[in-house]
Design a binder for this molecule. Structure first.
Ligand SMILES: Nc1ncnc2c1ncn2[C@@H]1O[C@H](COP(=O)(O)OP(=O)(O)OP(=O)(O)O)[C@@H](O)[C@H]1O
Ligand SMILES: [Mg+2]
Length: 455
């Protein structure tokens, strides 16, 4: 192996000598030669010795004073809530959602609100002509907002335009899949193009303090199309969801470097655009009128997201001595048998002469044991024909002893329930909630049965 060489550099003229000497041979200064880190002497060392040849980066401590990022409020409270309290200057956001769900509509409304407040806003559409965007703005009653529009797909053109116009507070790119960077080969929408375009736009945003919102297409299974790395490159990933046949839409943060991801923003799609729904229970619970016996609501967790599902039970008394049927849709039949057994053995509620049907509404499949208590409550309610209050959610795992055990993510579930207008919760001991939900805690299934039966 080649011996690492030490080099001596003259601090006056910069000339390099292989050994120390009192006077620099180039500038004739005395005592200016200083030993520097070993010169890279082989290809191996060039690759592996990283302790020389670089710039020294100043290191700072954690206690270095920093100002909290000032957030720009958009004036759309549900949007601000979902992103953690407003747009952070210099941050990059990615908004994904099914085709036609209303991404362009939402962002145009955000742009118009910010522009009306005197912020510099640029909206670049790669999918629609400026004329089309203007038509949408007129339909939404935003025709007068001072948003600057462009229809472009070249990242270089967009960034040059921004530089020429003195930057902007907010830049919206609709969508990143239509953008094209001339730094690399390939058609727009390919993995490498999407990555390169996003990288350039994000770098510009960070350097200039411009907030950047990218619209991203989603694939069939709902993930954002293109490279997964796109989600790592941005600070916030938002998903705009909803059934197109229903009018409500939910904006949810999947990742947020500047806030939590447990808040959602709820909107309704109407002729004049998206309107905020500050009290979503009005939308979600319209079909839940008078309380019906045999139903309970369970706050499920789907991936990292809470989803409220309704559990329905029906019992039919059999006059004959035939073996009663047990049928479960969306719930494990073995677990249903277990809950029925615990109800009979520990609480004295017998289903021996009744047929039992259990259904999880909306074709949803539940495998979370935290739904045990909601299933048991629905069963007892069906058998006794005593309804459970319709503004109540039920959660808890049931042990064979009849004990009610704690569940994971209880805080997240209760937060979602509160957001959707639920006021009460039945749950195991040891869970706190500061979202204004009235908690009734149980340690044993027998207490729940007594509660439903009014004993
Ligand atoms: N004249 C109208 N009246 C009422 N609603 C309309 C009208 N025009 C469009 N919409 C609604 O707006 C939706 C389209 O919104 P938008 O173009 O913002 O969606 P998008 O998510 O940007 O779609 P894409 O992925 O195609 O860009 C339609 O699905 C429809 O619900
Ligand atoms: Mg669009």
């Amino acid at each position: 192996m080649a011996k690492p060489k030490t080099r001596y550099v003259c601090q006056s003229c910069g000339s390099v000598a292989s050994r120390w000497q009192g006077q620099c041979t180039d500038c004739s200064e005395w005592n200016t030669l200083v030993q520097e880190s070993a010169e890279v002497s082989s290809i191996f060392a060039a690759k592996h010795n990283l302790q020389g040849g670089g710039r020294v980066i100043p290191l700072v401590g954690l206690d270095h004073p920093v100002a909290l990022p000032e957030r720009i409020s958009t004036g759309i409270a549900e949007f601000d809530r979902a992103i953690g309290g407003g747009i952070v200057p210099g941050s990059a956001m990615l908004v994904g959602g099914d085709p036609g769900i209303g991404k362009s509509t939402l962002l145009l409304q955000v742009c118009a609100d910010l522009a009306a407040k005197g912020r510099g806003v640029i909206y670049v559409s790669g999918e629609e002509s400026a004329e089309q965007v203007r038509l949408r703005a007129v339909r939404l009653g935003l025709g007068k907002a001072p948003v600057r529009l462009a229809s472009a797909t070249s990242v270089r053109d967009i960034l040059t335009t921004l530089g020429d116009n003195g930057g902007a507070d907010l830049l919206v790119i609709d969508s990143i899949q239509t953008m094209h960077s001339d730094l690399i080969e390939g058609a727009p929408g390919t993995v490498s193009q999407v990555r390169a375009s996003a990288q350039e736009l994000v770098r510009f945003a960070k350097e200039h303090g411009t907030a950047l919102i990218l619209v991203g297409h989603v694939t069939k299974d709902g993930t954002i199309a293109g490279p997964r790395v796109l989600e790592h490159m941005v600070d916030t990933v938002l998903s705009f969801e909803g059934e197109r046949s229903h009018q409500y839409r939910i904006l949810r943060a999947m990742k947020n470097r500047f806030g939590g991801t447990d808040e959602i923003g709820v909107f309704a799609m109407e002729g004049q655009g998206l309107t905020e729904v500050p009290n979503p229970s009005a939308l979600f619970l319209t079909h839940r009128g008078e309380p019906v016996s045999g139903t309970s609501v369970f706050p499920a967790i789907e991936g990292s997201r809470p989803v409220l599902v309704e559990i329905q039970a029906l019992t039919v008394r059999l006059a004959t001595g035939a073996t009663p049927r047990r049928a479960a849709v969306g719930w494990d039949s073995g677990r249903l048998a277990m809950i029925l057994a615990v109800l009979e053995a520990r609480c004295g509620v017998s289903f021996a002469t009744a047929e039992v049907y259990l259904n999880v509404a909306g074709g949803y499949r539940l495998s979370d044991p935290a739904a045990d208590l909601a299933v048991a409550a629905a069963l007892v309610s069906a058998l006794s024909e005593r309804p459970i209050a319709s503004e109540c959610v039920v959660l808890g795992e049931i042990a064979l002893s009849g004990e009610i055990r704690p569940v994971a993510h209880a805080g997240l579930r209760l937060k979602e329930a509160a957001k959707l207008g639920f006021e009460k919760a039945w749950l195991p001991k040891g869970i706190d909630c500061d979202d204004g939900v009235q908690l009734t805690r149980f340690t044993n299934l027998r207490e729940v049965v007594d509660h439903i039966l009014g004993r």
